[in-house]
Design a binder for this molecule. Structure first.
Ligand code: HEC
Ligand code: HEC
Ligand code: HEC
Ligand code: HEC
Length: 105
């Protein structure tokens, strides 16, 4: 039973070409390389170039789904919440890194 479940999950992972522990950066790099976010593949010093790249594919923060996006437009960068090299694919960013009142998206 457990073995079947694991096989099914592994199969799904293969179908998407994604292993369970892939980070957001890994998955994006599989699509378009490090250059999809970094100019010439090199991280910028302030993250501004990377932030432009996110928005060129996903749209501006003010227009993304969910109130938590619009609430921080022109205030935070995408990576302040979606740390591409820390968060695994499907893992939700948390609010209490910055707000300590238990708020949720
Ligand atoms: C989804 C976009 C994205 C992809 C793809 C990506 N990175 Fe990053 N990376 C970032 C962001 C955002 C930062 C933090 C912003 C900054 O300081 O430049 C960062 C930071 C870094 C840093 C600075 C050290 C650190 O970990 O904070 C290195 C080194 C780095 N990336 C290397 C890579 C390499 C090599 C690849 C390709 C395998 C890659 N990145 C792919 C978005 C990405
Ligand atoms: C204040 C923190 C925060 C910032 C800043 C932020 N996000 Fe999010 N984002 C979240 C949270 C939390 C979720 C999950 C919400 C949910 O599932 O209801 C999310 C969901 C998403 C999703 C959907 C992911 C999925 O699993 O389907 C995308 C795509 C996304 N954000 C892209 C961005 C981009 C691009 C930026 C910058 C323009 C950005 N986000 C800025 C917190 C943030
Ligand atoms: C070259 C275009 C491109 C760039 C640049 C890009 N993304 Fe994506 N991103 C995609 C595509 C395509 C997907 C997979 C389909 C989808 O969920 O929209 C994706 C998926 C995501 C997801 C959903 C992952 C999940 O858990 O399902 C998040 C969150 C996300 N991107 C955030 C970011 C952030 C933050 C940046 C900048 C640091 C960024 N993206 C840069 C194209 C891009
Ligand atoms: C990287 C830090 C950071 C993260 C993570 C973060 N916020 Fe914020 N948020 C801020 C800052 C800075 C402000 C503006 C100052 C203030 O009002 O506290 C703000 C303001 C807000 C506001 C508007 C003002 C208020 O306090 O009502 C809302 C709503 C909000 N955040 C919700 C969220 C939610 C929901 C999440 C989780 C998805 C989240 N935030 C994650 C930094 C963050």
């Amino acid at each position: 039973m457990l073995k079947n479940l694991l096989c099914a999950l592994f199969g799904l992972g293969l179908a998407f070409g994604v292993a369970a522990a892939d980070t957001l950066a890994d998955v994006h790099a599989e699509m378009n390389g490090c250059e999809s976010c970094h100019q010439d593949g090199e991280p910028s010093s302030d993250g501004a170039f990377e932030n432009e790249q996110c928005q060129s594919c996903h749209g501006p923060m003010a227009e993304l789904e969910g109130d938590h996006h619009a609430a921080h437009a022109d205030m935070l960068m995408c990576a302040d919440c979606h740390n591409p090299h820390e968060l695994e694919i499907g893992q939700q960013p948390s609010c209490d890194d910055c707000h300590d009142d238990g708020r949720t998206p």
